[in-house]
Design a protein. Structure first.
Length: 253
């Protein structure tokens, strides 16, 4: 074999080795054909990854969505779930839209898998539009039937300064319905109530709480969720006195 033919043979052999090595480290990915299941996609950024805690879905209006927007746009400082999730509470979805009635929510909500607790807070816009609770009751039932949670928490609506008497009537009928259905009724708005009106400094418009109010609301509803799910830890926190009156903070209350 001549020197030039020998060089060509060596070069050809080296090329074959390199090609073989390249194929070995770059396997071809297999992509399944057919439509993509929306439920198989990664969760949107606004929804915290599940941590094995109580799985909570929410349905409501602007008091849950955080203003005149959709809850699906993400959690904000004016969304109570922002302050309720984490440390044993997993936010897993639901539906809320600013300005919506409970009827609209019932028509728009979609099933959510494996919900431990549904928190449903609606009715302010029903009152705004002059709808009675009797006209709305079936929509509460429909939302629960769609989500199919293990537990249902229905939260009271906040004060409605534009028509406090109508809001109070709606609220009373709502509470009776919740009791009849065997659900849990809670009023997390004690911090904001002055009779049938918002307490001074807790609302800027007589409809929605302040951002600080949303934070308080989130903590209140978080406690209710954990109680209903049976997940509350009864032992005192490491930095808390065993006796709640040990520091004298409750004296005279």
């Amino acid at each position: 074999m001549t020197r030039s033919n020998l060089a060509s043979a060596v070069l050809l052999g080296a090329t074959v080795v390199l090609l073989a090595a390249g194929c070995a480290v770059q396997p071809v990915a297999t992509v399944a054909s057919g439509p993509v299941d929306p439920g198989s996609r990664a969760q949107p950024h606004h929804q915290a990854a599940a941590s094995g805690g109580v799985r909570v879905a929410v349905v409501g209006d602007s008091l849950t969505a955080g203003g005149g927007r959709l809850l699906s746009e993400g959690l904000t400082a004016d969304t109570w779930m922002t302050y309720a999730q984490g440390d044993g509470v997993d936010y897993v979805g639901g539906y809320a839209k600013g300005g919506s009635t409970v009827q609209e929510q019932a028509a728009a909500v979609r099933p959510v898998a494996d919900v431990d607790v549904l928190v449903l807070m609606s009715g302010t816009n029903d009152v705004r539009l002059g709808l009675s609770f009797a006209e709305s009751a079936a929509s509460y039932d429909a939302i629960v039937d769609t989500i199919r949670p293990k537990h249902v928490v229905v939260a009271a609506i906040p004060p409605y300064d534009r028509d406090p008497a109508a809001a109070a009537r709606y609220e009373a009928d709502l509470e009776r319905h919740v009791v009849d259905e065997g659900w849990t009724f809670t009023d997390p708005w004690g911090f904001a109530r002055a009779g049938e009106l918002y307490a001074p400094g807790t609302s800027l418009d007589g409809i929605h709480p302040t951002t600080a109010g949303y934070e308080t609301l989130g903590h209140e509803l978080r406690d209710v969720v954990l109680d209903v799910a049976g997940a509350r830890v009864s032992a005192p926190q490491a930095d808390s006195p065993t006796d709640p009156d040990a520091d004298g903070s409750h004296a005279g209350s």
